[in-house]
Design a protein around this ligand. Structure first.
Ligand SMILES: Nc1nc(=O)c2c([nH]1)NC[C@@H]1CN(c3ccc(C(=O)N[C@@H](CCC(=O)O)C(=O)O)cc3)C=[N+]21
Length: 296
């Protein structure tokens, strides 16, 4: 039996359509247009592509996109100055500083300079603390997108065994918090975990976020499990570049109950959730009710 493929691309289109509807209503009823500022330091080609896609989709849902492209040599003081101006700008409801930053910039310092209410990545320590204590936070986009797909596929997650492979601040840790918030029994596994295969085989929900191409084989997947593959790895195969996940899709699809593909799974949901977070931030800033179904 072959798993159901969870179509993240189609799901993301649905989320963006919902966001667009809210944005149109905000404009008509309140005269408010949500604004998202994206800051890119340096000329990393992959980052340029992501930032271009984000700007395009921001405009498509009816929001205003502010792009700030700064040279790689930008000083910390200059970058903090820009963040200060964006924090103070009432037309800007969301601020995203594209990571990774050039090595001479301290990304923790920069992220924590963002107004937590405008931190649509959910990386500010205040948002991390709010999420960890079950309070209203800005939730990191990738884990939020994964949660939306899991809830859609499984309905209730209550009591299920969830294993998150990867312990990053961007995906693994916040993903574990969200799953705990939905009453899963959560294990965070990583490269040093003893008998990782045995740990993975216990999972009703398996989230792979390690950044190692195809490292999780089908033999590690519990029959019928829901597999969310966060990895986006560019590899060379048969003389071509190819995008693959952290899960070996070909073998896992034969065992899982449902699985997200790469590309077309988690990636598109990340950008859709960035737009959802910007809308949420805009509603909160204006004392308006939050959009339903678009938050954790
Ligand atoms: N502050 C910050 N926030 C981020 O959210 C952030 C970041 N920095 N730095 C870079 C990573 C990367 N990222 C992706 C978003 C969408 C796709 C995506 O849509 N991927 C497509 C494939 C795209 C392709 O063909 O390359 C897919 O999986 O189907 C991928 C990667 C957000 N990031």
């Amino acid at each position: 039996m072959s798993a159901k493929i969870i179509d993240g691309k189609a799901f993301a289109e649905g989320v963006r359509a919902q966001v667009a509807e809210h944005v149109a209503r905000l404009r008509e009823e309140q005269g408010i247009t949500p604004g998202l500022a994206v800051v890119l330091v340096g000329e990393d080609p992959a980052s340029q592509v992501y930032v271009r896609n984000k700007g395009k989709q921001t405009v498509e849902v009816g929001m205003t996109s502010y792009e700030h492209k700064l040279p790689a040599e930008t000083s910390e003081a200059e970058l903090l100055g820009l963040i200060g101006r964006l924090n103070a700008d009432p037309a800007v409801h969301g601020i995203l500083v594209q990571l990774p930053l050039p090595k001479h910039l301290d990304s923790d310092l920069v992220i924590n300079a963002i107004d937590p209410a405008k931190d649509v990545d959910g990386f500010h320590i205040s948002n991390v603390g709010l999420l960890g204590t079950g309070q209203k936070a800005m939730v990191p986009c990738t884990p939020l997108g994964c949660l939306m797909m899991l809830r859609d596929h499984l309905g209730s997650l209550s009591g299920l065994d969830a294993v998150v492979v990867g312990r990053s601040n961007i995906v693994g840790k916040p993903m574990a918090q969200l799953l705990l918030g939905d009453s899963c029994t959560v294990t965070i596994a990583h490269s040093r975990t003893k008998d990782l295969g045995a740990v993975c085989r216990r999972a009703d929900i398996l989230v792979a976020a390690v950044g190692r191409p195809e490292m999780i084989p089908g033999a590690w997947v519990k029959p019928g499990a829901t597999v969310i593959d966060v990895g986006i790895n560019r590899i060379e195969r048969d003389g071509k570049t190819k995008l693959v996940g952290d899960v070996d899709f070909a073998s896992a699809v034969e065992v899982a109950g449902a699985i997200t593909p790469v590309p077309g799974g988690v990636g598109p949901m990340t950008i859709a959730c960035l737009l959802a977070n910007t809308l949420t931030a805009c509603c909160r800033a204006n004392g308006l009710p939050e959009p339903e179904g678009l938050t954790a």
